[in-house]
Design a protein around this ligand. Structure first.
Ligand code: GLC
Length: 424
């Protein structure tokens, strides 16, 4: 490492440690004062490089809060804080430790495989992985039971927050169907921590809340939510993460002698991969979302349709995605924007409607590298490190200027930087 990269590495460690709460890590102080699901799984990859045992704990703490039906919630409210809305009283899920009532992209299977593969102490890692295997498998099963009742092989999200790409352009049309009447009065907290021009709009927030209230009125009974929800979207990125995690979990289970877990995960992943192809768009050179209510593909070329490069999609598809990223990169200064820059709806500073996010960069470059698209993968890593050097460990970045947006000193951004530098 050069002096410059060493400084960046040390700074990243400092961010991880400052957001560490002992058995879990907050995404950032202030804006997100609890444990978030996929943030924790990706954060563990960074923690691994300075404390292997601590990395496993991050994921174990999340799974200690798994629901009886198998769902792993998107937020665990370990301690009281009034700095975040909607807090535990709004969700009212009646869990021993308060949680939200929806889930997030299931990246845990991928994360524990990576922790295990790299472990210095294989016996210790095997013990911890063995305990997590059935829990992660139960979460995967939950998706197919509760979010794919028709058995098509693809799971739906019922709330934009589940996608992890909260206000993506992908949801705009389908979201129109979600009413805003009857939403209880509320005060947002996010706009007190971050510039409102970088955050979702008030109308979107009303709809987010409408869905939370609807699901709460159904007692958070997942067997009812899918059919009752006015918002049901099949997100290719979300499904790709699930498929990758199932394949990785299957490999790991096989290695640890858990053959039944390996078999079912492999089977679900194969079915999912075959079904994913129905979301491919030749026109955009990427995958698109499908609105499960209308049955139509959604005309919105977002990073959700680029993310399948992370799963074992056919090589020709991954190569086409690499060409799409190259095309996008001619229109912005830093990659990867979270939406096609040629789309008139592209908003460079607004959260998931254009900004670049390092977690996306990490997963996509990982998949592209595996199929030999090394130049594009290297370009993604270079751009990510340039963003850090220019703008610090922000939540996300304006891809046209590199300006930092949203929260600062962000945990998963720091974890991804450590991963990038370790691989260099
Ligand atoms: C925002 C992001 C989501 C992330 C969370 C915590 O809601 O959209 O993906 O998990 O913040 O960082």
């Amino acid at each position: 490492m050069t002096l410059e990269t060493e400084k960046i590495y040390d700074h990243a460690l400092e961010v991880l440690k400052e957001n560490d709460r002992g058995s879990y890590t907050v995404p950032t102080k202030g804006l997100y004062p609890f444990q978030w699901n996929w943030d924790s799984c990706l954060t563990a990859l960074g923690q691994f490089h300075y404390d292997e045992a601590r990395a496993w704990t991050e994921i174990e703490t999340l799974f200690a809060n798994q629901w009886a039906d198998g769902m792993v919630p998107h937020i665990v409210f370990h301690v009281y804080s009034d700095g975040y809305f909607p807090g535990p009283d709004v969700w009212d899920t009646k869990r021993p430790i308060a949680t939200s009532g929806i889930t997030q992209p299931p990246v845990a299977g991928f994360a524990i495989k990576r922790l295990y593969d790299r472990a210095a102490d294989k016996a210790a890692a095997a013990t911890r992985a063995r305990a997590l295997l059935p829990r992660i498998d139960a979460w995967h099963r939950w998706f197919y039971e509760m979010r794919d009742p028709g058995g098509e092989g693809l799971v739906a999200i019922l709330h934009p927050w589940e996608s992890g790409r909260d206000n993506s352009i992908d949801w705009d049309e389908a979201f129109e169907r979600v009413p805003t009447d009857g939403v209880e009065p509320y005060v947002r907290r996010d706009t007190q921590h971050a510039d409102p021009a970088h955050r979702p709009t008030k109308e979107q927030y009303d709809r987010y809340l409408y869905l939370v209230q609807l699901f709460r009125s159904l007692g958070w009974d997942n067997s009812k939510l899918h059919d009752a929800s006015p918002f049901k979207v099949v997100d290719p990125g979300f499904n790709a993460i699930l498929i990758r995690s199932m394949n990785d979990l299957a490999d790991l289970a096989e290695e640890l002698g858990e053959l039944e877990i390996a078999r079912v995960n492999r089977e679900r992943a194969a079915k999912g991969l075959a079904a994913l192809d129905s979301l491919w768009s030749d026109n955009h050179g990427q995958y698109l979302c499908r609105d499960r209510i209308t049955g139509e593909l959604i005309e919105s070329a977002s990073i959700g349709g680029i993310l399948p490069a992370f799963a074992a999609v056919p090589k020709a598809r991954a190569q086409e995605i690499a060409r799409t990223i190259e095309r996008w990169s001619t229109q912005v200064k830093y990659i990867i924007p979270s939406h096609d820059p040629a789309d008139a709806r592209f908003e460079p500073k607004r959260y998931w409607r254009a900004p670049a996010w390092l977690v996306m960069n990490y997963m996509i470059q990982d998949g592209l590298r595996a199929v030999g698209e090394v130049a594009v993968a290297d370009h993604i890593v270079k751009s990510s490190l340039e963003l850090i050097t220019r703008s610090g460990f922000a939540e996300y970045y304006d891809p046209t200027t590199g300006e930092p947006c949203g929260g600062g000193r962000f945990t998963w951004t720091a974890a991804m930087v450590i991963e990038f530098l370790e691989a260099a």
